[in-house]
Design a protein around this ligand. Structure first.
Ligand SMILES: NC(=O)C1=CN([C@@H]2O[C@H](COP(=O)(O)OP(=O)(O)OC[C@H]3O[C@@H](n4cnc5c(N)ncnc54)[C@H](OP(=O)(O)O)[C@@H]3O)[C@@H](O)[C@H]2O)[C@H](O)CC1
Ligand SMILES: [K+]
Length: 236
């Protein structure tokens, strides 16, 4: 059976509602998002399989989720490296970056070089606000993730994919098929084209909100922030 999905527009409206009438702050939502990303990485690639993780961060909140995930990963025993070429001046992002610097997590400028000395990649470049053609400096990043044989975990969307229609038909990103995806709060329509292991994170949403936006809250187990739900837009 197919999932109920959230369009990019509905996902943005939902986040806005969570941060107004829902009384959540952006810091809280990003912390929960990044924590769930770190749990997926631990589940699919525990540190004893190779503890180097390269986290590619874009300029928006998807990138922020990557910065939070990197901090948790460091505390789980990984050695994260951050590629964050368009740093936001927003105070929240500056604090997230400082927290990583205080843990001696390195920031690097050259993604294609960094990819040669890592074991796992976290794709936190673009989420549900991505649109159009990939602009500089990110084409080289998408290309490197498309060509690598290393495992990639994408945050909310495989970066460069259209949120509604999935991978581009040709050119950059058309062959980007990450092995792992975590949908935040609810899957987006692009999951129909995703063939890897699919997780959902968002163990903070009330049933009233899920009902209003017409998506299902998966059955979280124990203290998990994530649930593996299937692949290709189909449930397990
Ligand atoms: N509900 C949750 O669990 C939460 C999820 N969160 C995450 O937030 C993202 C959505 O974040 P948002 O800041 O709205 O946007 P993105 O990170 O997806 O991307 C925005 C930036 O990307 C740049 N952009 C857009 N298109 C392109 C392009 N074609 N080429 C290059 N760059 C592009 C754009 O940058 P500018 O340079 O144009 O300024 C945007 O700034 C969601 O997916 C989740 O991952 C939150 O953490 C909150 C809770
Ligand atoms: K992403």
């Amino acid at each position: 059976m197919a999932f109920k999905t959230l369009s990019a527009k509905a996902a943005a409206a939902l986040d806005k509602e969570l941060m107004s009438t829902g009384a959540f702050s952006i810091d809280q939502l990003m912390e929960l998002a990044g924590l769930s990303v770190s749990q997926v990485v631990y589940r699919v690639h525990p540190p004893n399989k190779g503890n180097r993780v390269l986290v590619a961060c874009g300029p928006g909140n998807n990138g922020g989720d990557g910065l939070v995930a990197a901090r948790h990963l460091r505390h789980y025993g990984y050695m994260p490296t951050i590629y964050y070429p368009k740093r936001s001046k927003n105070e929240l992002y500056q604090r997230l970056a400082k927290q990583l610097e205080d843990l001696d997590v390195p920031f690097v400028d050259d993604f294609p070089t960094a990819i040669n000395s890592t074991d796992h990649i976290v794709d936190a470049v673009f989420g549900f606000s991505f649109s159009g053609e990939v602009r500089e400096p990110f084409p080289a990043v998408i290309r490197a993730m498309e060509e690598t044989k290393l495992p990639v975990t994408s945050v909310d969307a495989p970066s460069s994919w259209n949120i509604e229609t999935g991978p581009p038909e040709s050119g950059l990103g058309s062959k980007f098929h990450p092995g792992f995806l975590i949908s935040l709060t609810a899957p987006k329509p692009l999951v129909k084209h995703f063939k890897g292991r699919h997780f959902v994170g968002g163990r903070f949403v009330s049933s009233a909100i899920a009902k209003k936006y017409d998506f299902e809250i998966p059955e979280y187990k124990g203290i998990d922030q994530i649930v593996e739900v299937g692949s290709g837009g189909e449930r397990l």
